[in-house]
Design a protein around this ligand. Sequence first.
Ligand code: NAD
Length: 257
Amino acid sequence: MRLQNKTALITGGSSGIGRESAILFAKEGANVVVVDVNGNGGQETVAMIREKGQQAAYFQADVSKAADCEAMVAFAEKTYGNLHILFNNAGIMHSSDDDAVSTEEDVWDLTMNINVKGVFMGCKYGIPALRRAGGGSIINTASFVAILGAATPQIAYTASKGAVLSMSRELAIIHARENIRVNALCPGPLRTELLMKFLNTEEKKQRRLVHIPMGRFGEAREMAQAALYLASDESSYVTGTEFLVDGGITAAYVTPL
Ligand code: NAD
């Protein structure tokens, strides 16, 4: 098993990428702390793991709150004795996030607080725990929009993911000699609730699909597989990367017909 004797904390573990990663990490032997604001979804993820006889516990936290982030890390150490893998994955894409002219200040602030400050707070309290464990792996979920611009605007979201990517690079350099690796997972557009709520008509979906060389949205499970690699010792020489899992979007100039 690829994560035997490791403890992993995954934020946004109630659905999508976080849930699939929690299930996969537990299957690979990790003790998993599922963190989310959505208690029902989080408990459901934990139940799905426990019914297979694997290890998981739920902790309710809002990642934009310092006290919650401090408490989630303390919970992981108290419950499982240590923390080796920190997956800062929770994020939002607000339905009123648009271009710079029409996006309201409160949408910007909320997006930045969860998507950027949430990653910072996870690291602020998680890194000392990883040090106590002798090192570990941090995975921060950014996005392909940290690298490419889109004509369907979501200005706050895009800016937030750029921040996650650049923050991850700096963290990787600062902590490289402490046996702590930091990578930004950059998913392409996925068939998860987060994006499908935003692309709520067939026309909007097709407008995106035309840019994906593979001609389909990604699956949360495909992101979990990438996160598993970054979490495990198989990626022991991988740090500071923009780990793109995007169906070829960022490589394409013109896509196949
Ligand atoms: P999702 O909506 O299924 O999952 C996000 C989870 O984060 C939810 O369970 C939600 O309750 C939780 N969450 C939201 N705010 C929180 C907070 N303040 N504190 C704790 N938990 C909170 O979406 P997903 O697609 O699985 O998204 C996971 C990550 O992947 C996000 O960071 C998202 O931006 C990123 N991402 C998604 C896509 C996509 O197309 N779906 C593409 C690129 C990047």
